[in-house]
Design a protein around this ligand. Structure first.
Ligand SMILES: [Zn+2]
Length: 253
């Protein structure tokens, strides 16, 4: 299976999973670059996986369905776009394998991730939409910071060689925030230099554990920075409270 990043808009990636002549497309916010790629490579669209309802993730679905009517659209029932409504515990076909659907609320209250568990030498791959970004996480819209914290904690239980495929190239800006949180974190500084070359994605969980402040709420330096940013000192070891304080700080950073 090949995984291809299709750039869209200013900083989105539409991820394609390709095997043989068939493709699964994740979050086609824009149909045009997907259509162009599939036509140039003579590929067929077999399925669309949707993570959440924002237009930069679903805006191309109708046009792609018009062009490839046999493609099956998977997504949360509230999207109103899914041929097959999926939720926590659902499984969706991925060629000769299946991906698990996880509910990962926070950015939105019905946000889903598609978890393709590793087989043999293949690592686990996660299409996580706007939940986890490299060195950051999504903003809280219709979910809550507590939900997003829980969702990231859950993603953090996967094997450390898991590959994450977020939907945005926000890495450099996120790393500037991470450097403000942890000025002495040499891994953040190295990643900031490396982020000049894009795409920076996918990223491994092991990498994110070293650089992503939202996965490092148990670190004394991150907790101290959260207190300096306004978190009451008596909450400094409460991972969810540290997470929420970082999220608030990032909003105004
Ligand atoms: Zn979104």
């Amino acid at each position: 299976m090949n995984i291809i990043a299709i750039p869209a808009f200013h900083d989105n990636y539409i991820w394609l999973l390709q095997q043989g002549s068939e493709v699964v497309c994740v979050d086609p916010g824009d149909a045009t670059p997907v259509r162009q790629y599939l036509e140039a490579q003579r590929l067929q669209l077999a399925a669309i996986w949707l993570t959440h309802h924002h237009n930069d993730h679903i805006g191309g679905v109708a046009e792609l369905k018009r062009l490839w009517p046999q493609a099956t659209v998977y997504g949360h029932q509230t999207l109103g776009l899914a041929d097959v409504a999926v939720a926590e515990g659902s499984r969706v076909p991925a060629f000769n394998a299946e991906a698990d659907v996880w509910a990962v609320p926070g950015h939105t209250d019905t946000h889903l991730a598609y978890v393709l568990h590793g087989q043999g030498a293949q690592p686990t791959r996660v299409f996580c939409g706007d939940t986890l970004f490299s060195a950051g996480c999504g903003r809280v819209f219709t979910g809550t910071a507590a939900q997003l914290h829980h969702s990231l904690q859950r993603l953090n239980t996967l094997p450390e060689n898991t590959l994450f495929y977020p939907a945005h190239e926000y890495t450099a800006a996120n790393l500037r925030f991470a450097a403000a949180v942890e000025p002495a974190n040499a891994d953040v500084q190295a990643a900031l230099t490396a982020a000049a070359n894009t795409p920076t994605l996918p990223v491994t969980l092991a990498h994110e554990r070293r650089i992503n402040p939202f996965l490092r709420t148990d670190k004394a330096g991150v907790q101290a920075a959260a207190v300096a940013a306004g978190l009451p000192a008596d909450q400094s070891t409460d991972s969810a409270a540290v997470f929420a304080a970082l999220r608030e700080w990032k909003n105004r950073f």
